[in-house]
Design a protein around this ligand. Structure first.
Ligand code: C2E
Ligand code: MG
Ligand code: MG
Length: 603
């Protein structure tokens, strides 16, 4: 008869049994070998490794037993499981509890079972031997049966460890971290706020360089050394996890204080940096995240911590606490990068708008700058200031510029035929200048649309030019030589050296909006802009001012000798149809007597 356990203990025992994933698994020779030894040791026909489930005894391994399981009710093994101690019944027929049991009814007279104990003190069931004659048991046989039960447990733990222990460090891996966090949630269903940390030993590039230079063994040493130091720092009671080749994770004590935990982690990073051979080749960082038990998905927690650890590479602090806002910004950038590819294939998402360029001396519109617009199907309008830098970091920069160039040239060809505009400007990214066939492609597309090279201006930001000086030079030279106009965009923001800028074959300099805004009220800006205009003219370059919003600014620029302007004062970037209407209206106003001719061209 089973001795009832307090319900909680029985729940914990069943939990331990479930976690080992043993129930209803196929037979296994490693267990069968032990079972055969047990039968042999006792010279008995029946032996089994019997696990006690809610309502059955399930046999992981058996000799002389036909069934895989028997009811738990009145099974001696169940008594072993609930009492966690060895049970010997010399004669079932004489035993007050078991003489009416199913087992006795099958003719079994003798039973001896040793408990199968986990390290945490849960009893899973019994290693048992049974006989059809009454029998006694010697002290040596008792010890032998207990030893066999311990061997079964060692086998169970070994099998369970496979896939849960990192082979390099011997530390529980990510699967174990995930399982343990789920268990913690079961343990604390009310929700408890905890802190977790992830130590990232190095950036992927650092590890890859270390492997290339020193071999995989060197990297294993870095990992093992860090594991040893972390274990020492955490002490024997706190669990460390090896969650990725170069990453370790652990939880803070339940009542830990965030600031103190971060200080402690910072001190650990400093200690490691001082004492290891890896200090010259790796930058260890730590990401910390708060989570609520039962609410956080373990995989999400790992991602949050990694994201913080990754961000910590950039700042001065090597320990960074995960921030939901930064994460949201990152997730948005990631989404834009992911979705832009489909936008390029879906004509309903991307479109070009055109902003007129005005010649200050005559007030004429002499061209238009093509600017890209993206209406994301879910996020709505996304500004190019946001998505272009994201796209530039993907392989889509090439396709994007080609998309823009094609549509801008097609539009220009139509407008040229209508006598509306002579030149269009297209913005290109730094990486485009590194495409070996960029210049050839541009010229081929110009030719395909029947346009002269001078009909196209290519705008490259000053910082883009700076980022790839030598490699970009060949493309720039080739474009300039072919007659395509080059313009340095956002001039004044790139901290460029003048010596370098004057070597770029750009005919046009576009002064950045930040210098033009509030120009009329800012003495210093006026002096700067006047100097930029004079300098560019001295170098033989045309000057365009961007972001002209008020008439006084336009007047100042005209007086300072600026050649062309763009800005809301004249027109915002316009859809093609609006652009045509705008230019026709302007034409009508500027040249009333030629209005008929202008309108004919606009029609
Ligand atoms: P950008 O080439 O310097 O373009 C000028 C930006 O200033 C445009 O912003 C334009 O709408 C805005 N702007 C023009 N006049 C005014 C004004 O009077 N006041 C103010 N406050 N703003 C004015 P947008 O269209 O948002 O484009 C931002 C940047 O995105 C562009 O700066 C350019 O660097 C980039 N971009 C836009 N389209 C493309 C493209 O097709 N390819 C590439 N590579 N970059 C592009
Ligand atoms: Mg531009
Ligand atoms: Mg600009």
């Amino acid at each position: 008869m089973s001795h009832p356990l307090p319900a909680q203990l029985e729940t914990a025992r069943l939990d331990a049994l479930r976690k080992l994933d043993l129930l209803d698994t196929p037979p296994n020779e490693a267990f069968d070998r032990i079972t055969r030894m047990a039968a042999q040791l006792f010279g008995l026909p029946i032996a089994a490794v019997s696990l006690t489930d809610v309502d059955r005894q399930w046999f992981k391994s058996r000799v002389g037993v036909e069934h895989c399981s028997i009811p738990r009710e009145k099974a001696p093994c169940a008594q072993v499981a609930t009492t966690s101690s060895m049970l010997v019944i010399p004669d079932l027929a004489l035993d007050p509890c078991y003489r009416t049991s199913n087992l006795a009814a099958t003719g079994v007279r003798f039973y001896a079972g040793a408990p199968l104990m986990t390290r945490d003190g849960h009893c899973l069931g019994a290693m048992c031997v049974l006989g059809i004659e009454p029998r006694s048991i010697s002290a040596a046989e008792r010890t032998g049966l207990a030893d066999l039960a311990a061997m079964v447990m060692a086998q169970i733990e070994l099998q369970h460890a496979i896939g849960r222990i990192d082979p390099v460090s011997g530390i529980p891996n990510r699967s174990q971290f995930v399982d343990d966090l789920r268990d913690l949630a079961l343990d604390r269903p009310a929700g408890e706020t905890r802190l977790a940390a992830l130590v990232n030993l190095a950036t992927p590039e650092q590890m890859s360089s270390a492997v290339r230079a020193m071999g995989a063994g060197f990297v294993d040493d870095i990992v093992t050394e860090a594991a040893r130091m972390l274990r020492a720092a955490l002490g024997p009671t706190r669990k460390l996890y090896h969650v990725a080749p170069f990453q370790f994770a652990f939880l803070a004590e339940p009542d830990a204080d965030l600031a103190r935990f971060c200080d402690w982690l910072g001190a650990w990073v400093a200690l490691r940096a001082d004492s290891t051979t890896a200090r010259f080749v790796t930058t260890a960082t730590v990401g910390v995240a708060l989570f609520t038990t039962g609410q956080a998905e373990p995989q999400d927690l790992l991602r949050d911590m990694y994201s913080a650890a990754h961000d910590a590479i950039e700042g001065a602090q090597r320990v960074r606490v995960f921030s939901a806002e930064q994460n949201a910004a990152f997730m948005r950038r990631f989404r834009l990068a992911k979705d832009f590819g489909s936008a390029l294939e879906d004509d309903s998402q991307l479109r070009l708008v055109f902003q007129p360029k005005i010649e200050l001396a005559t007030g004429r519109c002499i061209g238009a700058e093509a600017l890209l617009r993206w209406r994301h199907p879910v996020l709505g309008e996304v500004s190019p200031g946001e998505f272009i830098p994201v796209v530039e970091q993907t392989s889509l920069a090439r396709a994007t510029t080609r998309w823009v160039l094609e549509r801008a040239l097609r539009q220009l060809a139509a407008w040229q035929r209508a006598g509306l505009v002579t030149q269009v400007a297209v913005n290109v990214s730094a990486v485009n200048l590194l495409e070996p066939d960029f210049c050839a492609h541009v010229l081929a597309r110009l030719q395909a649309h029947g346009l002269a090279p001078g009909a196209l201006a290519i705008e490259i930001t000053e910082s883009a030019l700076m980022s790839n000086r030598t490699l970009a030079a060949a493309t720039l030279e080739a474009l300039a030589a072919s007659g395509v106009q080059l313009a340095i965009d956002d001039f004044g923001t790139g901290y460029s050296s003048l010596a370098y800028l004057q070597s770029v074959p750009a005919k046009v300099v576009k002064i950045d909006q930040s210098f033009i805004r509030n120009l009329d009220s800012d003495e210093r800006k006026r002096a700067l802009v006047a100097t930029m205009i004079k300098l560019s003219h001295d170098l033989g370059q045309l000057v365009v001012a961007e972001g002209v919003e008020t008439a006084p600014v336009a007047r100042f620029l005209a007086d300072a000798g600026c050649d062309q302007v763009q800005g809301y004062l004249y027109a915002r970037p316009l859809a093609p149809q609006q652009f045509e209407e705008w230019i026709c209206a302007k034409w009508t106003l500027a040249r009333p007597r030629r209005a008929k001719q202008g309108q004919a061209a606009c029609a």
